[in-house]
Design a protein around this ligand. Sequence first.
Ligand code: PEP
Ligand code: MG
Length: 576
Amino acid sequence: MGRRFGGIPVSPGTAVGRAFLVAREWSPVVPSPVPPERLDEEIGRFHEARERARGELRDLKSRMLRVLGEAYAGILEAQLLILDDPALVSQTVERIRMGRVAAGWALRETVQAFMRRFESLDDGYLRERGGDLADVHRRLQRLLRGGQGGRAPLPEGPLIVVAHALGPSDTMILAREGVAGIATDVGGRTSHIAILAQALSLPAVVGLHDLSSEVRTGDTIAVDGDSGEVDLLPDREDLARAVARRDAWTARESAMAEGRDLPPVTRDGIEVKLRANIELPQEVSAALRFGARGIGLYRSEFLFLSRAPDFPSEEEHYRTYRELAEKVAPHPAVIRTLDLGGEKYFHEVLDRDESNPVLGLRAVRFCLTRPDIFRPQLRALLRAAAHAEVRAMLPLVTTSEEIRLVRAILAEEARALRERPVPFREDLPLGVMIEVPAAATTADLLAREAAFLSIGTNDLIQYALAVDRSNESVSYLYQPLHPAVLRMLRFIVRAGAEGGVPVSLCGEIAADLSLTGLLVGLGIREFSVTPRAVAAVRETVRRLDGASSESLAARVLEASTAEEVERVIRGGAPRE
Ligand code: PEP
Ligand code: MG
């Protein structure tokens, strides 16, 4: 008997295939108390988890030896040594006994104390061992929760990824061949997974509550990313209906791609540039298919997350950026430097205990404190720009000083590259994202220092309206059309024009077709949106009349509330 689930549709289209259930790997570790008479048993559980981890690592090591050779197997040897480290073992046991807490918590506390020491070390080799410790820690926590090692083999055919939640470390699964759709128990409209699903053109539904506990890998499942319905083990009729919807959607997608060579110009001749936002290099083909003229935002976080707990090497950065830019040549590829932190991406290098991470040490602020992570990325950008139209972009800039500090590092790295000697581009274009109200209201000053400005409305709205972009209970206040936001957009566009630097818009609102006219009217001439949205925005721009868009923008700027703005856009007048 089939079952139908209802959730929140976050990425359109229909997918039908076999479920691939992603196990819940990370549930939070909490300090659960253990009664004194059960402490020995708890310590026994810890040793048992170590024993099983040892078995898994040995098994993995012999497989790696066969496939990849000595060097890689050496990493696992280091992890085996950590597992038996006398200080790690004795301190964890002592914490269980003295604190009367579960092994998971005691281990977490011990590992964190070790990590702090590793991070303060100057020696690169020893610091690297911190990454191995984090990996061992993850493995032990999973085993303490009773999880099995490894993932089940993938079923054949199109896959629907089903999970309770998909964290950043799981997102690589989505880039695998054969993945056709996504369904998760939790998540909201602006969650990270929603953005990624749209970017990959994968139909997705989130907020399905208990779906993942009902599904088994291999079950037939249909995901409707327009209605939010998910059919598990559908009967013949429902399956046929879903397949028909999927075929219609695929046909629509191809039709959209057909207009890719038409210029995005309004009826009265205003030219607009359309670029793509991507997170994975694999998305470049979709960007080109839908006619994007270059990449307006490459979120380099994924390059980092795919290597976690290690960091990409300069070579990896270089190869990725060069390849990306060569694929979209002669158009540019704008690479955003690491934007870790806040509510979106978590990485072990960040401080888990920051009391307010959205206002904390994130993005360019974090990078400026970690030259060991930042410099290889900047060096690679300088080098890649020697071969193709690569541009660098800094996230979450708040002051001009940050730009100057980055320029100083770039100058130092350029000197070093000259000495190596390695080809690089002296005048790498360095742009900034406008995501903080301070940056928006000083856009004229930032324009003196930056090669271009790119408005990140996802964050700008959050900071301008003091509304957490992922908190459902205040989502009613997440108002892209709030007069504060519109005034900032207007100001930034003018600041760019007066300073002679291009301004683009790369937040999600750039893909909202009901706003395209207003945005063009406000003076936005460059949009960066998900690959498939490029086609839809192009069609919309081609139907616009620039002069009417400008008069719409003028009327909208008179309105006092988001609701009034909406009414003006729909054709009504602002309230007197
Ligand atoms: C933004 O903030 O608008 C943006 C484009 O960046 P991200 O969504 O990655 O924060
Ligand atoms: Mg942002």
